[in-house]
Design a protein around this ligand. Sequence first.
Ligand code: AMP
Length: 417
Amino acid sequence: MESQEFSELVASPKLLEAVQALGWTEPTPIQKKAIPAIREGRDLVGVAQTGTGKTGAFLLPILERQEGSEGLRLLVLCPTRELAQQVAADARELGTPTGAWVVEIVGGMPMGPQIRDLKAHPDVVVATPGRLIDHVGRGNVNLRTIETLVLDEADRMLDMGFRPQIEEILKTVPTKRQTLLFSATMPNGVHALALRILKDPLWVSASPEKMAAENVEQVVYPVRPEKKADLVIELLEREGMDQVLVFTRTKIGADTLGTRLERAGVSVGVMHGDRNMKQRMKALEAFDEGHIRVLVATDVAQRGLDIEGISHVINYDVPQDPEDYVHRIGRTGRAGAKGDAITLMTGMDLALVRSIEQTLGYVLPRVSLPEYDYPHGGGAATQERAPAVRTNRTGSRLGSRRAADLSPEELKALLGS
Ligand code: AMP
């Protein structure tokens, strides 16, 4: 049976207060499913990505259990510094009122302060695997007291090659422990890892399709490749483009677009894997605090980021993988807010957009602006059979057409190839 209220999932008055202070009025679906099981001490696999409330789902029951006692009992492993910092920030918001001291141990930051933090007996460590192993090797931290191990974004950790470090860490934490594994996707490697290291886990999932559809208005602009940057500049001039996250496929693409926007007078920051830690943090902070209006990022750089108030996501390049599309547009329309996702599609991107539509189960509306659109009726463009919507230059708001709105013939023609 699913509980409906936080007060049915969390008993600690201090934690309930912290939840209220964060403005969380109702538990998210994954919180409703996961919290009772985690409270009982069960292992759990959560197929869920950032934006579903998964962090709260594991932090609340664990922090509640730790309340009033001291010692390092919770270890959260994350693939990236950004995600670790985000998880640590959430853990502090929730855990500080209960007396939990949270420390983050991430690569690319000086060792000294981390050593000091670790030696001062934290209650919770949130870490990236490589740096944590460094500290374990130097005897800076003892993981023998860990009671709960969380692997966050397990798919991404394996993608990034952290398997050896995870194996090392598994050797240093007690075998008798609670293990929670969260992953946006379940490729074989993650599945096998879950089967091996978790004991009789409960599997819960939070459906990304639902998230993508619910609060985010999605639209596709067909565009000639050489007009893409101009179209972005024009879109940015529209009303309501307050905090815009733009995705490019490559680091060079991000730099080039960043420079182009800067020249056009747009306040912009760029974030990708080649930028050093300081530059990434600076860009992120400036964006978060509203000093820059536009952040251009690659997929890797944005993973795990949690920036509130993003009004628009622009896919400057169509993502190669439909999962990445769902993940990208999940940056906006978070926790009930409304958001907009705009995808620029050249004649070369038709197949990619179609596979995204197949994943979503509905067709994305097209907005065709004659001065940017590619010529239809010849070449690759003849492949384009989705309903093109003509609009005035200010762009009317269009709901995504669901599969159910289309006739069976239309749907077959659009998705059937
Ligand atoms: P996560 O999926 O853990 O990264 O959470 C995504 C965002 O949702 C974060 O900004 C959380 O603060 C927020 N959040 C988590 N749980 C809730 C909730 N029950 N109600 C509203 N917002 C939430």
